[in-house]
Write a protein that binds this ligand. Structure first.
Ligand SMILES: Nc1ncnc2c1ncn2[C@@H]1O[C@H](COP(=O)(O)OP(=O)(O)OP(=O)(O)O)[C@@H](O)[C@H]1O
Ligand SMILES: [Mg+2]
Length: 247
């Protein structure tokens, strides 16, 4: 199965490169109309969604096999990338604004204009941590994507660190999740509302949280859910920070 998923990568990359080429190199391929550009943009957005799904599925497969690739990286890079990837699929102007950001203050301002409030200590933000970057990004991207999808208006991302662990809290002010569903939502394909209220053109599958749970467990961490009907939702991820010497 993983091999099959892996083989989707090359054709996907070819489709993506082709679409980008037609749009960005009109002097070579000829001019395109505004209506054509819209179609190309939609196709491109969908290849990106597919690429993210393929990468997520591969990362999950690796995780189940016990493969952890820890590396040293800046927390700011992780968060910027996770949010860039998210907005790349839903809000291209936000994506561009985030990409142009330099520094925490500016990053915070851009996010605030999108209703996302980031709270993190400057030292932690600029400092390095040692963890599995790809898995952590997948965890955050999925929790943030849900929060953005189900919020009324705001999302709060709070990051703290203790001596040997890092804690991410993702909170939204949406409808919340009744306690009767607190176990179920981590099952594959379960959705409280399969009709999907998201404005995103690509519908969810009820797989995000199941994957998050697997990744958090495989990294030796804990996932906590704090939510009730009408009371918004908060997911808290606690991960041990790896010891670089032992790997
Ligand atoms: N922040 C949230 N607020 C309210 N409901 C939520 C929230 N996060 C998840 N849920 C509920 O849990 C279900 C499962 O979430 P999950 O992320 O696994 O799937 P999805 O977002 O529907 O689709 P996918 O993640 O595969 O694109 C959602 O369909 C939704 O009903
Ligand atoms: Mg989801």
């Amino acid at each position: 199965m993983d091999l099959l998923i892996h083989d989707l990568k090359v054709p996907l990359a070819v489709i993506e490169a082709g679409l980008m080429g037609i749009m960005n190199r009109q002097e070579k391929y000829g001019p395109i109309t505004e209506r054509q550009e819209k179609v190309f943009m939609r196709a491109l957005r969908n290849t990106k969604v597919l690429k993210a799904l393929v990468n997520d599925a591969l990362e999950l497969g690796k995780s189940r096999e016990g493969v952890v690739n820890a590396s040293r990286f800046k927390l700011s890079h992780l968060i910027e990338q996770a949010l860039e990837e998210l907005f790349d699929l839903t809000d291209s102007s936000a994506f561009e604004e985030i990409r142009r950001c330099t520094g925490l203050a500016q990053f915070r301002r851009v996010l605030e204009s999108k209703g996302v409030f980031l709270s993190v200590d400057e030292d932690l933000w600029c400092g390095e941590i040692y963890q599995d970057h790809a898995k952590l990004k997948q965890i955050l991207r999925n929790l943030l994507s849900n929060a953005l999808k189900y919020r009324k208006s705001t999302v709060e991302l709070n990051i703290e660190r203790t001596e040997d662990s890092i804690i991410f809290s993702v909170k939204d002010d949406g409808e919340g999740i009744p306690s009767a569903f607190h176990k179920k939502i981590f099952e594959c394909y379960f959705q409280m509302d399969p009709e999907d209220r998201s404005s995103c053109s690509v519908r969810g599958h009820g797989l995000g949280l199941a994957g998050v749970m697997v990744l958090v467990e495989d990294l030796g961490g804990q996932l906590e859910l704090d939510s009730d009907e009408g009371a918004g939702t908060r997911f808290v991820v606690r991960l041990p920070l790896k010891d670089e010497i032992q790997g």
